[in-house]
Design a protein around this ligand. Structure first.
Ligand code: DX5
Ligand code: ZN
Length: 218
């Protein structure tokens, strides 16, 4: 099953509750929440208080993507603030601390995800594959919405899908960045089953049509 995760980074923050409700009605399967610290990426977005408020406003699954340096410091607080899944970047700390962050997320009863940036090889996820519920392959450089999809990332999606199948793992495979009705079919064909889309959903007046188009039923 293909799941669509609109990224609230492209929503109107003054009306976040209404925006969440709108994409839920339009068929969103989960909501993607981008946290940027101004260190790991050259941008600052939102954090605990916004997530806490959004948690009260929606029952959609909250997929929290931490673009944060040394995320071990914060993962438990994001779980407490209402995340259903927290994903951390493999590049954001040394291996030992990334493994510890993933295990703390699971200890909180939430799902754990691992993210790789465009320049990081697919193999970087291998040591963690048994410890994650989701792998996220960035299809743009993290930091900003509205960038162009990087087709070279599809080979990494294919490789990771191969390992998940080979090991019969219960692990979702997500793509994030530049996903729209044109690039989505290529991601699905390569093996992605969760598609994040910011501007291609929130940037459109008809969100139901936008989500159907990305899902490939538009
Ligand atoms: C980028 C974020 C994305 C962003 C995607 O760093 O991780 O989730 O919101 O935006 P679009 O879909 O517009 O590329
Ligand atoms: Zn994201």
């Amino acid at each position: 099953m293909i799941r669509i995760a609109p990224s609230v980074l492209s929503a109107d923050f003054a009306f976040l509750a209404a925006e969440a409700e709108d994409v839920k009605r339009a068929g969103a399967d989960l909501l993607h929440f981008d946290v940027m610290d101004g260190e790991f990426v050259p941008n600052i977005s939102m954090g605990f208080p916004v997530l806490k408020s959004l948690r009260k406003a929606t029952d959609l699954f909250l997929d929290v993507h931490l673009m944060v340096d040394r995320p071990l410091r914060y993962v438990e607080r994001f779980c407490d603030a209402g995340a259903d899944l927290v994903s951390v970047h493999v590049e954001a700390d040394m291996a030992e601390n990334i493994a510890e962050a993933l295990s703390r997320i699971r200890a909180k009863g939430r799902k754990a995800g691992l993210v790789i940036k465009p320049k990081t090889p697919a193999e970087a996820v291998l040591p963690y594959l048994d410890a994650v519920d989701l792998v996220l392959v960035m299809t743009v450089e993290p930091g900003f919405g509205g960038q162009s999809f990087m087709p070279d990332m599809l080979d990494k999606v294919r490789a990771i899908r191969g390992w998940i199948t080979e090991r019969a793992l219960d692990c979702a495979l997500e793509v994030d960045g530049g996903v729209d009705a044109v690039t989505a079919p290529r991601c699905i064909e390569a093996g992605a089953d969760v598609l994040v889309a910011g501007s291609a959903v929130f940037g459109k007046a008809d969100r139901a049509a936008a989500i159907a188009g990305i899902r490939g039923i538009g």
